[in-house]
Design a protein around this ligand. Structure first.
Ligand code: HH2
Length: 288
C-alpha cells in the first residue's frame, strides 16, 4: 500500500492552532506522554511531582516530541475517577512551565472544569478519552481555537475491560466517532480542529483491537487519526511481554505500522526510539 500523504489544508477560519498547522505536514506527529499521576499503568509515580513531570516533558521535547500530552488522571482499566481540583493541582504547574517552550501542550482530561482551566492556561489541545460526552464539555471548546481529540471508549475505565462486547467493532467505533464529530460541528466547532482515535484498549478485547487496527485507513478518511498503542496490554499479548517495561520494541513496531496505515498522531511514551524508527523507515521509503 502507498504510504499515507497528508493533504495541504486551507487556512483554518479560527486563529491558527499549532497542532492544526502541524497536521498539514507530510509526516506523523509524535505526541509524548507525560502522566503527572501516581498510578498510570506504565509511568505512574515516575513523574509524580511537578518538577519531575516538567523535567520529563522537557526530555521528551529534546527527543523530538511534536506535542506533549499531559494527564492528571489515569484511565487504565480499573482506575477510579479523580476530582477536578486534584487533576488541576497535578497538571497546572506542568502546563505553565511547558506552554511557552514552542511545543504545543495537549491536556488529557474528561472533565469540563479541567478543560476550561487548561485552555485558559494555554493548552493547545484537549484529548478526551470520553469524546466530549460529559455535560458541558463541548461548550468548553466552542469559541476556542484548540484542537480536540475525540476517542472511543466502551464503558468507563473502572469496568471497561470486564466484558467488552461488539457485533462489529469497526462499524460501531466508526459510527460513534462520526456521531461525536457531528455533535461538535453542530455546536459550531470547525471540523478541521478535530482528530479521532479508536481508543485501543478502552473497552476492547485483543481481537477487537486487531480488527480496529485494520480499520485505520478507513478511519483516516474521516479525520486525522491519533493512535495510542504505547506499552499497552495488547502489545504485551502480541509479544508475550507481561511487564509494560518490556514492551518498548513491540510498541515502536506498532507505531510504525500505524503510521503506515495513515495515523496522523502517534501517542507514545518513548519519543526518541519512535522518532529514530520513523526516521529510518521514511528515508528508506525515499520520503525525505
Ligand atoms: N491512552 C491512554 C490515555 N489517554 N488518549 C488517547 N487519545 N488515546 C489513547 O490511546 C490513550 C489516551 C492510556 O495510556 P497512559 O496515559 O499511558 O496511561 P494511564 O491512563 O494509566 O495514565
Amino acid at each position: 500500500m502507498a504510504p499515507f500523504r497528508f493533504q495541504a489544508m486551507s487556512p483554518a477560519p479560527e486563529r491558527a492552532n499549532p497542532i492544526i498547522a502541524a497536521l498539514a505536514l507530510r509526516r506523523p506527529l509524535l505526541m509524548g506522554i507525560v502522566n503527572a499521576t501516581p498510578d498510570s499503568f506504565y509511568d505512574g509515580g515516575r513523574h509524580g511531582s511537578a518538577d519531575e513531570a516538567i523535567a520529563h516533558a522537557y526530555r521528551l521535547i529534546d527527543e523530538g516530541a511534536d506535542i506533549i500530552d499531559l494527564g492528571g488522571e489515569s484511565t487504565r482499566p480499573g482506575a477510579a475517577p479523580v476530582a477536578a481540583e486534584e487533576e488541576l493541582r497535578r497538571i497546572l504547574p506542568v502546563l505553565e512551565a511547558v506552554r511557552g517552550v514552542g511545543v504545543p501542550v495537549s491536556v488529557d482530561t474528561r472533565q469540563p472544569e479541567v478543560m476550561r482551566a487548561a485552555l485558559a492556561a494555554g493548552a493547545a489541545m484537549i484529548n478526551d478519552v470520553n469524546a466530549l460526552r460529559a455535560p458541558g464539555a463541548i461548550d468548553e471548546l466552542v469559541g476556542t481555537d484548540a484542537s480536540i481529540c475525540l476517542m472511543h471508549m466502551q464503558g468507563e475505565p473502572r469496568t471497561m475491560q470486564s466484558a467488552p462486547r461488539y457485533a462489529d467493532v469497526a462499524g460501531e467505533v466508526t459510527a460513534f466517532l462520526k456521531a461525536r464529530i457531528e455533535a461538535c460541528t453542530a455546536a459550531g466547532i470547525d471540523r478541521r480542529r478535530i482528530v479521532i482515535d479508536p481508543g485501543f484498549g478502552f473497552g476492547k478485547r485483543l481481537q477487537d483491537n486487531l480488527d480496529l487496527a485494520r480499520a485505520l485507513p478507513s478511519l483516516a478518511a474521516l479525520a486525522p487519526v491519533l493512535v495510542g498503542f504505547s506499552r499497552k496490554a495488547m502489545i504485551g499479548a502480541l509479544t508475550g511481554r507481561a511487564a509494560a517495561e518490556d514492551r518498548l520494541v513491540g510498541s515502536v513496531a506498532a507505531a510504525l505500522w500505524a503510521a503506515r496505515q495513515g495515523a496522523a498522531i502517534l501517542r507514545v511514551h518513548d519519543v526518541a526510539a519512535t522518532r529514530d524508527a520513523l526516521a529510518v523507515w521514511r528515508q528508506l521509503d525515499g520520503d525525505l
